[in-house]
Ligand binder design. Structure first.
Ligand code: ATP
Length: 311
């Protein structure tokens, strides 16, 4: 029974991560049944200190109702490179993350890690290699220490403390009645959205994955919190291959590359600077620049104090 317990606990963790990050609560049952249909591969993705090479080769995907939500997406990331994915709601950003994690398998084309089709890899080695920073981190009714340690149950106290510091949770911890031993979650101290995200980042620091996948929450954080989280995310992504799905364009500004998606296709691609000054590539040059302008304007309006508003 004990032998079964560990993998079950791991699976439970993985489902929770997925539930938090990449799917609607309502879609959970779908995922569970899809999950069981995903056949395991035989190749172990080697554990190594460096980032993994990620390639999407002409990937198309439909959820089963026939309509392709991804259409011929190709993308190659060198080990350690980061990519930001932006685009309108429903353009397929989260779906792309789900295919990398093999929540679903491609309809056609290939997703490859270090040259291996992900379908050939063991699910455990694939998921051990990737840390997910979900949209909304659900905390267990347990201590903060336990919640962070979930990233790597065998981690020492020092390693947990170090991960908390690197995720910049140390100030939060200082203010708690029992430090890291404080109960959090529904029945304990409630953490803010930003603090919960930091718990996910601390878990990722502990896991030292080869790849990082982050799905940004749509809910707004205040500018200072957002900036702090962004810095922690950049820290944890350093040296790893990273895919950031973002709604706020400032999140992906410093990524090595940014892709803009629309209706399941990559329509524009480049660095932030290239995208802003028309040196980008793709069928919709200028789309990112327009989105950037619109967001800047929106922020300016939101930052206006009531007194400043002309009625
Ligand atoms: P957002 O920015 O709103 O998170 P997105 O770009 O991440 O959107 P996806 O969530 O990947 O978009 O969705 C792409 C398309 O696939 C949408 O039309 C969506 O309705 C559809 N879709 C997403 N999940 C499922 C599902 N489980 N079953 C069927 N269709 C789905």
């Amino acid at each position: 029974l004990l032998q079964l317990w560990a993998p079950l606990q791991f699976l439970g963790f993985f489902y929770r991560e997925l539930r938090q990050s990449l799917v609607d609560m309502e879609a959970m049952f779908d995922i569970m049944s899809t999950e069981s249909k995903i056949p395991d591969g035989a190749v172990e993705l080697p554990e190594s200190a460096g980032g993994a090479e990620l390639e999407l080769d002409d990937v198309s995907f439909a959820y089963g109702n026939g309509r392709d939500v991804l259409k011929g997406v190709s993308l190659k990331l060198k080990p350690g490179e980061s990519v930001g994915i932006v685009g309108p709601s429903g353009s397929g950003k989260s779906t792309l993350l789900r295919l990398i994690l093999r929540v679903y398998d491609v309809t056609s084309g290939k997703v490859k890690l270090d040259g291996h089709d992900v379908r050939e890899l063991t699910l455990s080695s694939l998921r051990d290699s990737v840390a997910v920073i979900p949209q909304d981190t659900v905390l267990f009714n347990d201590t903060l220490e336990h919640n962070i340690r979930y990233g790597r149950p065998t981690a020492s106290e020092e390693q947990v403390a170090m991960a908390a510091t690197r995720a910049r949770l140390d100030k939060t911890i200082e203010q708690m009645p029992n430090g890291r031993q404080t109960m959090v979650g529904e029945r304990g101290v409630k953490l803010s959205g930003g603090e919960k995200q930091r718990v996910a980042i601390a878990r990722a620091f502990l896991r030292e994955p080869r790849m990082l996948v982050a799905d940004e929450a749509t809910s707004a954080l205040d500018t200072a919190t957002e900036q702090g989280i962004l810095e922690s995310l950049e820290d944890v992504a350093r040296g790893r291959t990273a895919v950031f799905v973002a709604h706020r364009l400032s999140t992906v500004r410093s990524c090595d590359r940014i892709i803009v998606m629309e209706q399941g296709k990559i329509v524009e691609e480049g660095t932030h600077a290239e995208l802003l000054d028309g040196r980008s590539r793709g069928s919709k040059i200028g789309m990112y620049a327009a989105m950037w302008k619109a967001q800047a304007q929106e922020e300016e309006e939101n930052n206006q104090k009531p007194d400043d508003l002309v009625l």
